[in-house]
Design a binder for this molecule. Sequence first.
Ligand SMILES: [Zn+2]
Length: 83
Amino acid sequence: MPLHEYIAEDPAKGCELCRRPFEHLDRQPDHFLKSCPRCGAPVRRLPSAPNITQGHTTLDRRAREAGFHKLKRVGKGTYEKEY
Ligand SMILES: [Zn+2]
């Protein structure tokens, strides 16, 4: 089931749920939420976020954020710190 992000068309009139982007699991791929499941305010779908949870770059970034360092081998027994 696709997970979509929604936000109230007019966040000022939304409830605490739809005033900010919220995720909703749509039961059918082509069925989009038109109103907030909690307060019924009109909502619009946010463009889906690019998939950044996969890929080498992300792993590198996460390793860096976690405080790991990556060493690049530049010669025999010699390593250069990439970050
Ligand atoms: Zn709402």
